[in-house]
Design a binder for this molecule. Structure first.
Ligand SMILES: *Cc1c(COP(=O)(O)O)cnc(C)c1O
Length: 358
């Protein structure tokens, strides 16, 4: 078997230990004589899995009792519509802070349902910073404030939580579970799974229970958070295999020592990669230092004509998926939980050798 170091932005690397458990489990899951894909979501075994995964997630993130944990389908993108559908009716105002492509997409989707207003916008500097909170043009009557704590494409991250009494709605797709977070500061946290949770196909929504009552009665069942909350996310058949893998990932995180332990490793991984980039005159990262992402590290080569050669040689060295997003160019190393520190060390070593030899 030969595994590469996978720096994909998403779907992203999964822990090898989890993959090996899955392989073992597939033919005969928990003595059922079936794979987890073949059992009923109403079976005792699956209902137990669902309950355990939620309990473990609650423990990992320290989620209070007055929040519901939902596992819908549709990814983070469907939530960009479900948020206004559940929280703000036509004519109501919702505030959006746009510090990258995902925040922009969320704001644009919300305009279909409510008066979504962009209250801060970092596109003037190509999403390389976060506008000072005091400059945000917030509306007093906003139903919620939406922001993206980690913008996956430009690699820009909030290292603070915005203030105020308006319920905060956060797209944590690419930062969830990378470190502890104070859930009580948020109204809604949502995330697609395929970065730090598991395979694509399942979505996580953590919502404060009082916000479940805002949805209009005529919303379709599957668009209504309350339906998921009242049915333990079994409103219809859930994505059972993806949920099973997420459950494995939550157990793996607990074995690593939880999110405090992950935070230490993740910070160290990011620090050493940024240090290597900053110490070189050949590589650069365009993001203001205070707002650099722990999870997604874009970097540009001084000579873009070498990009192709860099990627070819990196691939040959077992370092894959380093091509940057087309809107930023250059490279991007996504170093989520499942990307081991050795992968970052190997990348730094490779970058240094490449620089020497060009
Ligand atoms: C990947 C990503 C998305 C899109 O997620 P889907 O699950 O594909 O809808 C949205 N927001 C952020 C911050 C992301 O990183």
């Amino acid at each position: 078997m030969s595994r590469v170091y996978n720096f994909s932005a998403g779907p992203a690397a999964l822990p090898l230990e989890v993959l090996e458990n899955i392989r073992n489990d597939i033919p005969d899951w928990q003595g059922t004589g079936m794979s987890v894909m073949e059992v009923s979501h109403r079976s005792a075994e699956f209902v137990e899995l669902a309950a355990r995964s939620e309990a473990n997630l609650r423990e990992l993130l320290n989620i209070p009792e007055d929040y519901s944990v939902l596992f819908p389908q549709g990814g983070a993108t469907l939530q960009m519509a479900m948020i206004p559908m559940n929280l703000a009716q036509a004519g109501e105002t919702a505030d959006y802070v746009v510090t990258g492509s995902w925040g922009k997409k969320a704001a644009s989707e919300a305009t279909k349902f409510c008066n979504a207003t962009v209250v801060a916008d970092a596109s003037d500097k190509n999403f390389t910073y976060i506008p000072d909170e005091s400059s945000w043009q917030r509306n007093d009557n906003a139903a919620y404030l939406h922001y993206v704590p980690n913008e996956t494409i430009a690699g820009v991250e909030f290292h603070f939580v915005p203030g105020g009494d308006t319920p905060l709605v956060a797209d944590m797709s690419s930062t969830i579970l990378s470190r502890p977070v104070d859930v009580t500061k948020f109204g809604v946290i949502y995330a697609g799974a395929q970065k730090n949770i598991g395979p694509a196909g399942i979505t996580l929504v953590i919502v404060r229970n009082d916000l479940l009552d805002r949805a209009p009665k005529n919303l379709p069942h599957l668009m209504t958070w309350r339906s998921y909350a009242e049915s333990d996310s079994m409103t219809n058949t859930p994505p059972t295999f993806a949920w099973y893998v997420a459950d494995q990932v939550f157990q793996w995180l607990k074995r690593q020592g939880g999110l405090e332990a992950m935070a230490v490793i993740n910070k160290r991984k990011a620090d050493k990669l940024y240090s290597a980039i900053d110490a070189s005159s050949f590589y650069s990262n365009p993001v203001a230092k205070d707002f650099r992402s722990w999870m997604n590290v874009p970097f540009i080569l001084a000579d873009a004509s070498l990009d192709k050669k860099f990627l070819e040689q990196a691939n040959a060295a077992g370092l894959t998926n380093l091509k940057g997003h087309r809107s930023v160019g250059g490279m991007r190393a996504s170093i989520y939980n499942a990307v081991p520190e050795q992968a970052v060390d190997a990348l730094i070593e490779f970058m240094s050798e490449f620089e020497k030899n060009v």
